[in-house]
Write a protein that binds this ligand. Structure first.
Ligand SMILES: Cc1cc2nc3c(=O)[nH]c(=O)nc-3n(C[C@H](O)[C@H](O)[C@H](O)COP(=O)(O)OP(=O)(O)OC[C@H]3O[C@@H](n4cnc5c(N)ncnc54)[C@H](O)[C@@H]3O)c2cc1C
Length: 461
């Protein structure tokens, strides 16, 4: 079973009236919470259909929760909250065609292990694997790699249950507009119940982590991104050195780290060590520049060779909140320099690194990388520390660079400010009005970022 932070304290399967009064839901960082009137965990399409019918009888809005790893209020509802955690099976593996069909509630972790048993893998991943596949694709979750698109671009087909319980099998041929909308949907169109993904033969990654002065890394950025299959840069504010992660594909046999070494590296050093320094910085913000330089020095260099999915992801035990923006790739170095200038000028107490990744363009209507090769710049703030002043200042920089926010991470945009950034914004709005005309799947966050459902009967309640 998956372990997720985002769980209701109690739940009902179908019957809202049986729900305990203290039933509540919260996301991974604990800063988004709600108490839905009903929490449903259907185990089949029939049960899911029944959940939607009952929600409508009760006058509830409906939201679907994946693993609760989004930092925004996308999942929140006081109506019916649906989890597909009981719909998490692999349905079909077609090795010859490189296609895998899964139920939408499967986590990336479960999927990676299942694929590995078949000698297959996802071509790219982000840095954790706790998300559900439907939740990850709904927000455009991505890893890094100049030639590689976000995970939703690996979709071949999407099965969607609409408000009236009807099922759409969406792909490029069946309904091109709805298909491009459903790949990065924010859960605004209906309940994704199954997905077909393109997968690749299993591969290994040779991972080399090491420091480089930030200025030098920025001068060489284009070459570094081009030279490595998966290039990523971290930089702790006030440190001179950036930390570079260079992952390259390899078909040599794996040299896995032992369990003890893995625990030492990933849990003790990266998580508990970082956590302790962050707590110290929270108590004594003036120490943060020194602590950041210390953590950069401690990070050092390392090399390993292991199965791709074991290298891509690592545990994240230190809680933080995050904002991330996709900007045109050619603006990356300039935007990072501006973030550094901001931090230095304002002496902002930030103990978490800035994370820089690269993603190829795709054509999902609301993908932050829609139509342009992108650089993603993420900023984080440690648990219980104020994030808004820092994030707003960084957002102003990203605005000047034509930035589009990650849909699962914090930002302060509205439908009005976002619409001009997406050339096919209206097309998404039309698909939404067609598939969810009554706004059953709307909530306050969607109203903020997408606006109300348009068209007759499309008003939000
Ligand atoms: C520690 C951590 C690390 C992260 N690392 C990365 C990273 O490396 N790269 C990156 O891009 N992002 C990253 N994220 C962000 C995360 O991948 C996204 O927010 C993702 O959407 C979370 O997936 P989830 O399953 O938790 O979905 P949730 O957060 O629960 O939901 C996300 C959205 O998907 C919708 N949804 C979920 N299931 C369905 C369904 N079946 N049908 C319709 N809609 C559905 C929800 O309604 C909601 O709108 C990270 C987040 C955390 C907390």
């Amino acid at each position: 079973m998956r372990t997720v932070s985002a769980r209701p304290r109690s739940s009902t399967t179908l019957n809202a009236s049986a729900q305990a009064p203290d039933s509540s839901w919260r996301n991974w960082d604990g800063r988004q919470r709600c108490t839905p009137a009903a929490f449903a965990r259907p185990a089949s399409l029939e049960q899911l259909r029944e959940v939607l019918a009952r929600a409508q009888e009760a006058g509830h809005g409906v939201r679907v929760a994946g693993s609760g790893h989004s930092f925004t209020g996308l999942v929140l509802t006081e109506g019916t909250l649906v989890s597909l955690e009981r719909m998490g099976r692999v349905l079909e593996v077609d090795r010859a065609r490189g296609l895998v069909r899964v139920q939408a509630g499967i986590t990336l972790r479960e999927l990676n292990l299942a694929l590995h048993r078949h000698g297959l893998a996802l071509e790219n991943l982000g840095d954790v694997d706790r998300q559900s596949i439907a939740g990850a694709t709904a927000t455009g979750t991505h890893g890094t790699g100049a030639q590689l698109r976000n995970i939703s671009a690996q979709l071949q087909a999407v099965q969607l249950m609409c408000a009236d319980g009807s099922i759409l099998e969406l792909d490029q041929e069946s309904d091109p507009d709805a298909w491009r909308a459903a790949r990065v949907s924010l859960g605004a169109l209906g309940v994704v119940s199954a997905l077909t993904l393109r997968v690749v033969p299993a591969f290994r990654l040779r991972a080399h982590d090491g420091p480089m002065p930030l200025d030098r890394a920025l001068e060489q950025l284009d070459a570094l991104v081009a030279e490595h299959d998966h290039f990523e840069l971290y930089w702790f504010p006030y440190a001179e050195q950036a930390l570079l992660r260079r992952n390259d594909r390899s078909f040599e046999p794996a040299v896995p780290r032992g369990a003890v070494r893995t625990y030492m590296d990933d849990v003790l050093l990266v998580n508990h060590g970082l956590g302790a320094l962050c707590r110290l910085g929270r108590r004594h913000p003036r120490l943060i520049p020194q602590l950041n330089r210390l953590v950069t020095r401690l990070a050092g260099s390392s090399t390993r060779l292991d199965d791709s999915f074991r290298v891509f992801v690592s545990p994240r035990l230190v809680r933080f909140t995050e904002m991330e923006y996709a900007i045109p790739r050619e603006r990356a170095a300039q935007a990072i320099r501006e973030v550094r200038e901001l931090l230095h000028q304002q002496r902002l107490p930030v103990s978490f690194p800035i994370e820089v990744r690269f993603v190829a363009a795709d054509d999902a209507l609301l993908s932050p990388a829609h139509g342009r090769d992108s650089c993603y710049i993420a900023v984080h703030v440690f648990d219980q520390m104020a994030y808004e002043p820092y994030f707003r200042e960084v957002e102003a920089i990203m605005d000047r660079h034509d930035g589009r926010p990650h849909w699962g991470k914090r930002h302060f945009q509205t439908a009005q400010t976002l619409a001009p950034r997406y050339p096919e914004w209206e097309r998404f709005a039309q698909v939404r009005a067609r598939l969810d005309p009554e706004g059953l799947f709307a909530n306050a966050e969607l109203e903020r970022v997408l606006g109300p459902v348009k068209g007759p009967g499309g008003a939000l309640d």
